[in-house]
Design a protein. Structure first.
Length: 226
């Protein structure tokens, strides 16, 4: 049970338990506790609480709570203003630093770690579907130099205006499937196969009646261009 910090009497809330009289030294007896002093965190019998209110008891008055500031404590150089900054959701960069952050539920501890050289490590947390989530970027992000990706990149939108997920050039397709030609793959094979083809012709500077000339005449024209 609590005791009066002035007279050392045992304190009680039950008047029937009182034994002995009030005074300056009442160790070993039981006195009624002041409920008002109890409400403010004090331990005083009703007698000494009244002495505090009236200012007649030097011991009680000297030990009664007095208005004072945080800086007046001998074990800190902090101030009340600094404590307010630390407890009112203000920016406290000038008061202290954090080199790591933990998840809101404590798991994992050290979700984000900043090393002395500025290197940042994100530690993933396994969700219910066992998919680890390390970093969710909810707004725009700018990478100043390089972005090294150890595994896959999944893109819901476009990359430089190209819908990566929808485009079909990563899949097997035919020449004729292109919108700017009616040629086929077989046509292309014929054109590059080194054989004769009727798919196209080449213009010639030969005389119009070249086919009617003799072989000797044809050879002469082809050699000398006459």
């Amino acid at each position: 049970m609590a005791t009066c910090r002035v007279c050392s009497a045992t304190l009680t809330d039950n008047p029937a338990e009182i034994n002995g009289s009030y005074g300056e030294s009442r160790s070993g007896i039981t006195l009624l506790e002041s409920q008002v002093s109890k409400a403010i965190g004090e331990s005083l019998c009703t007698y000494h609480w009244m002495q505090v209110l009236e200012g007649n008891d030097n011991t009680a008055v000297a030990n009664a709570p007095q208005s004072h500031n945080v800086a007046s404590h001998s074990d800190t150089t902090g101030t009340g203003a600094e404590l307010n900054t630390l407890t009112e959701n203000s920016m406290a960069d000038a008061l202290h630093r954090h080199s790591e952050l933990s998840a809101s539920d404590g798991t994992p501890d050290q979700s984000l770690i900043v090393a002395a050289d500025g290197h940042i490590t994100f530690v993933g947390k396994a969700h219910a579907d066992a998919t680890p989530i390390g970093l969710d970027v909810l707004r725009s992000a700018v990478v100043g130099i390089n972005l090294d990706v150890g595994q896959n990149i999944t893109v819901d939108g476009t990359v430089d205006g190209v819908d990566i997920a929808a485009r079909d050039h990563a899949e097997s397709h035919t020449v004729v499937s292109h919108s700017d030609t009616t040629a086929t793959g077989a046509n292309l094979n014929t054109l590059v196969g080194g054989g004769e083809t009727a798919l196209h012709s080449h213009a010639s500077d030969m005389p119009a009646d070249f086919a009617n000339l003799s072989d000797a005449q044809k050879t002469f024209i082809m050699v000398y261009g006459i």
